[in-house]
Design a protein around this ligand. Structure first.
Ligand SMILES: C[S@@+](CC[C@H](N)C(=O)[O-])C[C@H]1O[C@@H](n2cnc3c(N)ncnc32)[C@H](O)[C@@H]1O
Length: 230
């Protein structure tokens, strides 16, 4: 049952109608109608994405996310780190500067092109079907889970790619005013996203074979989480 009624039949509204069901354990999910995939959306914005991330108030908020995630990840020289859902390489570039070896993956070929121009090792992959036949000391997953239809599958795949004494660091948007604003922003171009409750993401991590070690909230609308293989 839709809990919001809008007078217009625009694409985002159709997605919104199907979306506000809240019948998934992890928060708001809309699974029936979508008009653009995450891949298409990020292909469209890839060239300007770095600018979008770092300008204005968004840039300040990204800075707070960055401080938390980089502290939790704590990359070290010689480590191997997978940046899953790397976007335009915001984190991968910093990880590389720590001396760690970073592999970037993203579902968007245009994002991967941008990352390669930075001289980073980058490949197109969907984390929901990831199978690299290798393990990493650490995995960073900042922002793609919101776009996954099968977030459990994505986390299970990352579990298979992290070493037994390593860990995963992830950020997810929670159900909050800013989270909803982000949700509406994506609905407006027909992209479906999921917002997570702390219980929802913790349950998914547990089911995927992780124990949550640290949860931080660097900004009100975001959970920054470190989780280790059980
Ligand atoms: C919000 S952006 C964050 C990018 C980057 N991690 C950052 O923090 O700047 C989410 C990224 O996840 C990617 N993504 C979405 N779904 C994905 C999937 N199933 N597999 C891999 N990447 C995905 C998108 O293409 C996009 O680049």
């Amino acid at each position: 049952m839709s809990i919001i009624s809008l007078p217009f039949q625009y694409p985002g509204y159709l997605a919104l109608q199907s979306g506000l069901k809240g019948d998934e354990p992890s928060g708001f999910v809309h699974n029936e109608v979508f008009l653009m995939s995450a891949r298409e959306h990020y292909d469209r914005v890839a060239k300007k994405y770095s600018r979008m991330l770092t300008s204005g108030i968004g840039g300040q908020l990204k800075g707070r996310e960055k401080d938390a995630l980089m502290r939790l990840l704590s990359p070290k020289s010689g480590e191997t780190i997978l940046d899953a859902g790397c976007g335009s390489g915001f984190y991968a570039d910093m990880i590389r500067k720590s001396g760690a070896q970073v592999l970037c993956i993203d579902i968007s070929p245009a994002m991967i092109e941008v990352v390669r121009t930075l001289g980073l090792d980058a490949q197109v992959h969907d984390i929901q079907s990831l199978n690299l036949d290798m393990r990493f000391d650490k995995i960073l997953c900042a922002g793609p889970l919101e776009f996954c239809k099968q977030p459990l599958k994505a986390l299970q795949n990352m579990r298979r790619h992290v070493s037994e004494d390593g860990y995963i660091v992830l950020s997810v948007l929670n159900i909050s005013m800013m989270g909803l604003a982000y949700w509406f922003y994506h609905v407006s171009h027909g992209v479906k996203i999921t917002l997570y409750t702390l219980n929802g993401i913790t349950n998914l991590l547990n089911q995927a074979g992780f124990d949550v070690e640290i949860v931080e909230r660097p900004v009100s609308f975001l959970f920054a989480i470190r989780a280790r293989p059980k």
